[in-house]
Design a protein around this ligand. Structure first.
Ligand SMILES: Nc1ncnc2c1ncn2[C@@H]1O[C@H](COP(=O)(O)OP(=O)(O)O)[C@@H](O)[C@H]1O
Ligand SMILES: O=P(O)(O)O[C@H]1O[C@H](CO)[C@@H](O[C@H]2O[C@H](CO)[C@@H](O)[C@H](O)[C@H]2O)[C@H](O)[C@H]1O
Length: 478
């Protein structure tokens, strides 16, 4: 680090203590952000964990990087600082005006909305090095061109992303914690193993804070221009009364390739009877907690528990466990312009502790996630299209088996336990975030709580492209 930069970082450390004048505006602004997890309750504690000036506030614009502890959760903020008033184009990014302390008379705003600051961030990622607690790194074999035009990604997401020149996408993680984020760790491991199913990180940045592991803050990876999100594609096909089994089959193969590469590249385990029983106990405990939160589940609790009891009782031999995606559903898949599938967003379920998300698990957890997604798609359609979902589920499993030699349906007890666990998770997710969608996991809950009958098993394999498909929708989606 240059002398000037080190002086700046010392100054920034002093300013971490001096951000007090920003506090009131941050308290008001944070709950308005999609990525802020503490909505619905007043913020009691807010303090800066670190501050680094990527551009000093004397420059116009200035760029301040903050890690904020908000009631025990750590958030990453990138704040632009300019003299008032802001240019009109930055109006929507406004956070507030400062009237005391080191930034007196200036306006603070969300930096990712400012193309100049977004460009500056890319420049920083292009040249490895440190600035205060921040460490910028890149893959030396994948140089990123300068001067790419930035734009924020529109649409719902857990974090915040910027697209550069339609060639790269930078994900800025919002809620962060010590330990490498699997969304950096797994794609890097896959890239090193030569697996092309996942866009390979080309640059990333982390924070080194005293006394802990580094925190992953952002990852830059190639942007798959012109790709279709698997969820939207499935809905479009359903709406047109069209078949999706060829795609489901190919997605099964792609998922299996990713699983095989992860198993080869990273530690694996065989879960013995005790560990399997513990896994089942974890699912049972999640169910009990969810029943308390979503009373509609209560009549089905005993039936659902049966799936977990069966898992606990079923094991003589070990269940293979490995690193997995952890939150796989159709919205995490991209079909590229050449028709091949890629998987994205390896963060896992963001609400789970990082240590849990990094633990090896049976790969069937991911498979259950995709199978549930076909059901979601079919139930978003009017009329409900069960044959479409069944055919997709079969085609996916077949594609998976084609690559790994093992059809997930050969272990119905394990598959049912994971599908049940996912449906329970979805019931909680929907009741918290989209109550209008609760009926979708509830339908699965009813089905999965029934005693297992042979008829309950999935239909035999289909030849892709030959599925009976539903009629076009008669009325809009729910
Ligand atoms: N490499 C990529 N190429 C094209 N689009 C992408 C890529 N990575 C992410 N996206 C798009 O960005 C959206 C958000 O990405 P995601 O990793 O799911 O972020 P988050 O974890 O914040 O939800 C995805 O749904 C997808 O549409
Ligand atoms: O946004 P994330 O990727 O973190 O995932 C969360 O939100 C998903 C909805 O956006 C939710 O997925 C559920 O709904 C999908 C349709 O919108 C469906 O395809 C999935 O199968 C279903 O689980 C996901 O559960 C939640 O973690």
């Amino acid at each position: 680090m240059s002398e000037a930069a080190s002086a700046r970082s010392r100054l920034a450390a002093d300013r971490a203590a001096g951000i007090a004048p920003l506090e009131p505006m941050l308290r008001a602004w944070l709950p308005t952000q999609r990525w802020f997890a503490g909505k619905g309750r007043a913020i009691s504690r807010l303090r800066a964990v670190s501050a680094a000036e990527l551009l000093p506030p004397g420059s116009t614009p200035g760029l301040l990087h903050l890690l904020l502890d908000v009631d025990g959760d750590c958030y990453q903020l990138l704040l632009g600082i300019r003299p008032s008033p802001l240019p009109p184009a930055l109006g929507p990014a406004l956070i507030g005006h400062v009237d005391s302390g080191p930034y007196t008379g200036r306006t603070v705003y969300e930096a990712l909305g400012d193309p100049r600051l977004a460009s500056m961030l890319l420049e920083r990622l292009r040249s490895p090095g440190t600035l205060g607690p921040l460490r910028f790194d890149r893959d030396p074999g994948a140089p990123v061109p300068a001067g790419l035009t930035p734009r924020p990604l529109s649409g719902e997401q857990t974090n915040s992303s910027l697209i550069y020149g339609d060639s790269y996408i930078l994900k800025v993680f919002r809620r962060v914690g010590p330990g490498v984020n699997p969304d950096l760790e797994l794609p890097r491991a896959l890239a090193a193993a030569g697996c092309a199913r996942v866009p390979a990180p080309v640059a990333w940045y982390e924070a080194d804070l005293p006394g802990g592991e580094p925190l992953t803050l952002g990852v830059l990876q190639p942007y798959l221009r012109g790709s279709d999100d698997g969820w939207q594609l499935a809905l479009r096909r359903l709406g047109a009364g069209a078949d999706f089994t060829a795609e489901a089959h190919a997605l099964g193969r792609a998922t299996a390739e990713v699983h095989s590469a992860l198993a080869a590249a990273l530690p694996t385990l065989a879960l013995g009877p005790e560990q399997t029983a513990r896994l089942a106990a974890g699912m049972t405990a999640r169910l009990a907690a969810t029943v308390r939160e979503v009373p509609a589940l209560q009549p089905y609790e005993a039936g659902l528990r049966g799936a977990f009891d069966a898992l606990a009782a079923s094991r003589g031999a070990g269940v293979p466990a490995q690193r997995i995606h952890g939150d796989l559903h159709l919205g995490q898949t991209l079909r590229t312009a050449d028709g091949s599938w890629s998987l994205i967003d390896f963060e896992g379920e963001p609400a789970r502790p990082l240590a849990d998300r990094r633990r090896p698990e049976p790969a069937v957890r991911d498979i259950a996630g995709i199978l549930r997604s076909f059901d979601y798609a079919a139930r978003s359609h009017r009329p409900f299209a069960p044959a479409w979902a069944d055919a997709c589920r079969s085609a996916f499993c077949e594609g998976y088996a084609r690559t790994t030699g093992r059809d997930p349906r050969e272990d119905p007890v394990l598959l049912r336990a994971y599908e049940t666990d996912k449906a329970v998770y979805e019931a909680r997710y929907e009741s918290r975030h989209r109550p209008d969608w609760l009926h979708v996991p509830m339908a699965a809950i009813r089905r999965l709580s029934e005693p297992q009958r042979p008829a309950h098993r999935m239909p035999p394999p289909v030849t892709p492209g030959t599925t009976p498909h539903p009629k076009p929708p008669r009325r809009p989606l729910a």
